[in-house]
Design a protein around this ligand. Structure first.
Ligand SMILES: C=CC1=C(C)c2cc3[nH]c(cc4nc(cc5[nH]c(cc1n2)c(C)c5CCC(=O)O)C(CCC(=O)O)=C4C)c(C)c3C=C
Ligand SMILES: [Fe+2]
Ligand SMILES: [Fe+2]
Length: 364
């Protein structure tokens, strides 16, 4: 028996990180300006200094508006990523949202939002509130929790809802890093590529995070990298249950178990480092170099289990940039495990997780 009776529809908000509105230097600058001034993303600069640095230097240089080092900057990469349907992150988010809405039925209203840029969380929440929903379930499209992603989404939702007279029932999904349905889709996508023994090595490459942020996310005091390793991530417990690195390692272990991979045939690593601080290690690029130069690896399989759709970090960073480097070091091919995108098995997994989250609510 649920505590409260529900009348009318229930709201569901699927939220991803964000993407520029278009692949132009101005739009990329606007996106990076909003993203990188979030104190949960760059967390070691006081407000005004961060605003000045990001809006005056980092975003203009990275977007390519001003770029003495790399002509085109990230805008050039976004242009390579762009499809006839626009940004894949947004496009597949829309496909997912539409399919989930259909599966959940008329008792639910399902919307997509991006933490930065569009469609905005503010607009999506307004639609749900205007529909007089009895509950809102926030489902971040990040399997693993990080303060910079899920934490920021939840903070923004709380900020916006705190202005409302009526605050409905709110469910905030924290993470689903080893949900069996999610793990099965990743594993099935790899199995679809043929036998696992064709790969010289298997990489699980996650988006990186500054070590400083990992330390803040571990309640043990004996945190990630305290001893120069991240051995603390080999199991999940009360103290490190919200540690991003621990959750990433747990996702790897679950996919490894599902596929029956042997010890030594795979590595968990982290990519997309920005700036000069130490981030979660090992870095994917270092692992690739070691495999090619020292282990003679030619054919690699690469999972990207921190991302649920094609994006800059998978299609471009791994698919093009790392591939090029790997070849220069003597390797041949890095085969990406296709992202979950609009795969019906992924849609079914999200529906199952949502039903588990809101399933006990009795709608009248
Ligand atoms: C300090 C910087 C960053 C932190 C911390 C960070 C964490 C983080 N990000 C994702 C997921 C994505 N990030 C994406 C792009 C992206 N990320 C950063 C920086 C940080 N991310 C930048 C500057 C960019 C923009 C691209 C670039 O200029 O290189 C994306 C892709 C968006 C797209 O449109 O394709 C995703 C997805 C996670 C999961 C995470 C923490 C765990
Ligand atoms: Fe990122
Ligand atoms: Fe750890």
């Amino acid at each position: 028996m649920h505590v409260q009776k529900h009348f009318g529809k229930q709201g569901i908000l699927l939220v991803n990180l964000g993407t520029p509105d278009e692949p132009t230097p101005r739009a990329v600058n606007r996106y990076l300006g909003e993203f990188l001034t979030d104190p949960r993303v760059i967390d070691n600069l006081p407000g005004p200094a961060q605003q000045l640095l990001v809006r005056g230097i980092i975003a203009p240089i990275r977007s390519g508006i001003v770029n003495p080092f790399k002509p085109g900057g990230s805008t050039k990469l976004y242009q390579e990523l762009w499809t006839e349907n626009g940004s894949p992150l947004k496009y597949y988010g829309e496909i997912l949202t539409e399919a989930v809405a259909k599966e959940m039925g008329d008792d639910f209203i399902v919307r997509l939002a991006m933490r930065y840029q569009n469609p905005s969380i503010a607009d999506a929440l307004k639609e749900l509130m205007d529909a007089e929903v009895s509950s809102i379930t926030i489902f971040p499209l990040f399997p693993q929790y990080a303060s910079a992603t899920t934490g920021s989404v939840h903070q923004e939702v709380m900020r916006l809802l705190s202005k409302e007279q009526i605050i409905p029932n709110v469910n905030m999904v924290n993470s689903y890093y080893e949900h069996p349905d999610l793990i099965r889709v990743f594993a099935d996508n790899a199995r679809d590529l043929g036998p696992m023994d064709q790969w010289d090595h298997i990489i699980f490459s996650y988006h990186g995070l500054p070590q400083r942020q990992l330390k803040k996310g571990d309640r043990s005091g004996c945190h990630c990298y305290a001893d120069g390793t991240n051995a603390c991530c080999s199991s999940i417990s009360r103290v490190n249950q919200f540690c991003y690195s621990a959750q990433c390692h747990a996702t790897t272990r679950a996919i490894v178990a599902e596929l029956g991979l042997s010890e030594g045939s795979y590595t968990t690593s982290f990519q997309s480092r920005l700036g000069f601080d130490d981030w979660a290690k090992p870095y994917t690029i270092d692992v690739l170099e070691d495999l090619a130069k020292n282990k003679g690896a030619k054919k690699l399989l690469c999972f990207s289990p921190a991302f649920v759709a094609d994006c800059l970090e998978t299609t471009i960073e791994i698919g093009l940039e790392y591939q090029e480097e790997f070849e220069e070091w003597g390797g041949e091919h890095i085969q990406l495990v296709p992202s979950l995108n609009g795969d019906p098995r992924w849609i079914a997994a999200v529906v199952e997780m949502l039903r588990e989250e809101v399933g006990s609510n009795v709608v009248l």
